[in-house]
Design a protein around this ligand. Sequence first.
Ligand SMILES: [Cu+2]
Length: 282
Amino acid sequence: MTRKRAGVLVSVAVVAAAGLGAGVAIATTSGGAPARTSATASSPYGPGYSWYHSMMGGYLGGTSMMGAPGGYAWMMGAAGYRWMTGGTRAPAWMRGEQLPAAMMGTATDPGQVMGQLWANAPGPQVSPAQVTALGSQAPAGARIDRAANTITFTTGSVRLAAVASPAGGPDETFRIAGLVNPTITVPAGARVSVQVINADPDTAHGLVITASGGRPSWMPMMTSRPAFAGSALWFLGNPTAAGMHAGTLTFTATTPGTYHYLCPVPGHAQKGMTGAFTVTPS
Ligand SMILES: [Cu+2]
C-alpha cells in the first residue's frame, strides 16, 4: 500500500465512524490527520457531514479532489457520505455496491476491508477484560433460561450487551448474557439499549433488528430495514491494542411481533450472526 493511499483510507475510516450516530467522538488518528474544523449544524446532512467535508478537503488538498486516487471525487460530497455511512438506510456497500477498488485492493470480503479501515476510527473502546465481563453479565430485570437459550424481559427498560464473535465462542455469532444468539423477548413499548462490541480481530461487525425472517441472504440489508427507528448500528472496526470498538443503539420496541437481530455485514447473518427478537403485547 502506498503512503498516499494509506492516508486516504484512514481519512475515510474516521469520517464514516463519525457518521454512525452511535456516540462516536472525533479524535486524531495515528495517521497524522490534519486540523479539523468544528462541525456546524448548517449542513442538510447534519454536523457529521460538515466535518466529513472539511476533513476530506484537508486531506486531499482542496475541494476539487481531481487528483484523488481512483477518481473518487464523489466521495468528497454528500453522496459519498451517505454511501459510506448509511444513516437510516444501510451503507451502500452492505447493499451490494462494490467498495471502490482503491479500498479493496486484492481483498474480496468487504467486511474484512471495512474492519481494517475502521480499526483506528475514533469512538468508545473497551478492554478485552471488560468485554469478557460484558459478554457474560446478566441484564437487570431479565429472566435467563440457559437451557432454552432465552432472555425475557418484563420491564420497560431493557439494557443488553452483545459481543460479536468473542474469543472462546463460536465464530460469527453474538454472545449475549453468556448465551450464543439467544432469543430475546421484551414487552411492547420497552425502551431498548444494546451495547454492541466488536471482539473479532479481522472483520467489521454490526447489529440491526429487522422484521425479516427465515434464512438470511448474503446481503440481508438489500431486502430488510431496521424494524424500529434507531434499531441499527451498521458496523464497528477491528479491535486494536487500544481496545475493542463499542457502540450503543437505542430504540423503542413499539409494535408487538417477531423480529430478528442480525449482523448486516455481507455474509455474516448467513454464517450465523442472527437470533430472534420478540416483542410481546404489554
Ligand atoms: Cu458480522
